[in-house]
Design a binder for this molecule. Structure first.
Ligand code: GNR
Ligand code: NI
Length: 172
């Protein structure tokens, strides 16, 4: 397993659409495991493949918090089957935007179909932080970032801050 470098915004790598995985084979399993190790090291509750420069539809999440009771979920080709009409607001962050937060409104519950670590089709229903996190990670696969859900004013504020941090070398 390996901790991979996380791409920080603004970067065109984060804006590309990712290609579906043909099957979850050893190469994809290694990617999933490296992504989990990278996510735990950060630490974060989710990570999408483009954040580590891989343009494949792979995400990992673990919203359990705490080092002892880990419950990692590894997903390839996640699809939203259904989402609730009721919405939930979370103060979201992103490992590609260190120290930047903004409230984002999304469907409160989603049902998701994906390929698991064994290349088997799974379906789960998610609510709360898990639901938010899965939707945030799935957005990454389409080059969409949490700042694309907020007002242009707030988005530009955050993007300007990130550009400055990168220019000064405070963020790499
Ligand atoms: O670690 C993360 N925390 C988080 C908090 C609220 C909503 C979404 C997230 S995802 C983020 C990790 C990340 O950037 N995943 O792409
Ligand atoms: Ni993110």
């Amino acid at each position: 397993m390996a901790v991979l470098p996380i791409i920080k915004a603004p970067d065109p790598i984060l804006k590309k659409r990712c290609a579906p995985v043909e099957e979850v084979n050893d190469e994809i399993r290694t990617l999933m495991d490296d992504m989990l190790e990278t996510m735990y090291a950060a630490p974060g509750v989710g990570l999408a493949a483009p954040q580590v420069s891989v343009h494949k539809r792979v995400i990992v999440v673990d919203t359990s918090r705490g080092d002892t009771d880990r419950s990692p979920i590894r997903m390839a080709n996640p699809e939203i089957l259904d989402s609730s009409d009721d919405l939930a607001v979370y103060d979201e962050g992103c490992l590609s935007f260190p120290d930047q937060y903004a409230e984002v409104e999304r469907p409160a519950k989603v049902s998701v179909r994906y390929l698991d670590y064994n290349n088997e089709v799974q379906e789960i229903e998610a609510e709360g932080l898990l639901s938010t996190c899965i939707q945030h990670e799935m957005d990454h696969l389409d080059g969409k970032l949490f700042v694309d859900h907020i007002s242009m004013l707030k988005r530009n504020m955050i993007l300007r801050k990130m550009s400055k941090l990168k220019k000064s070398g405070a963020v790499t």
